[in-house]
Design a protein around this ligand. Structure first.
Ligand code: CA
Length: 226
């Protein structure tokens, strides 16, 4: 991912883990360890995306986001402890684009960043993605199995795009729901299962085998090519 990222985080270990991971993934990273330094950094430079802790010395993350929003629509992902943040609504009210709860999984951070960058028009979609006999054309919302077009709904297409971008990653239902529907996931909800199941049967019908697998107790991913 070729993006310029600001990490606003006062815990040195978390800052270092995020920085090393993002640099390894091709990002350019600037850091601030407290609210004042963050305020200066955000005033001085433009970023593609800001990772923002909320509990910070001097100036809180909430105030930094409010301040940033008076002059810029730079995407912000809040990274915070659950106790600070109950719902996605609160995050959106703050003016942030998404949130990640601590402790977090680094790959999850990367996926969330990609989704937010794409939603805000700051990341280019690849022209095509292929996996075995599957090819998708993200800009055209089109997918084929060995050259034959698949008839997918918009949601099925977006699910397939996520799976194909990171074929090794296991996506939880909450992950998929929040990425594709852009709303907070409720545990009683079976929307994701229904759409994944429809997508699976369409793929199976076209290819003759199951291309998505269930990882029990976790979620779904592309089935490894055997
Ligand atoms: Ca903190």
């Amino acid at each position: 991912m070729n993006a310029k990222i600001a990490i606003i985080e006062d815990e040195p270990d978390i800052r270092r883990i995020l920085r090393d991971f993002l640099v390894n993934n091709g990002c350019t990273v600037s850091e601030a360890a407290d609210g004042l330094a963050a305020s200066e950094l955000l005033a001085k430079e433009q970023f593609d995306l800001v990772l923002m802790d909320l509990m910070l010395p001097n100036i809180s993350g909430e105030r930094l986001i409010a301040d940033l929003r008076t002059r810029s629509d730079t995407p912000v992902i809040v990274i915070s402890a659950r106790s600070m943040l109950e719902t996605r609504l609160e995050v959106l009210r703050l003016g942030a684009d998404d949130y990640i709860l601590k402790p977090f999984d680094l790959n999850e951070v990367l996926v969330r960043m990609e989704v937010v960058l794409r939603r805000t028009g700051r990341a280019e979609l690849p022209e095509t993605l292929t996996y075995g006999g599957l090819t998708i054309y993200p800009a055209e919302n089109r997918a084929c199995w060995e050259g034959s077009p698949l008839s997918l709904t918009a949601k099925e297409f977006q699910l397939l795009l996520l799976f194909m971008e990171h074929p090794q990653k296991v996506y939880s239902k909450a992950n998929l729901y929040e990425s594709v529907w852009g709303e907070e996931y409720c545990y009683e909800d079976n929307t994701v299962s229904v759409h994944v199941s429809n997508l699976r049967s369409k793929l199976k019908k076209a290819s003759g085998s199951d291309l998505i697998e269930t990882v029990w107790g976790i979620g779904y991913r592309m089935k490894g090519e055997s």
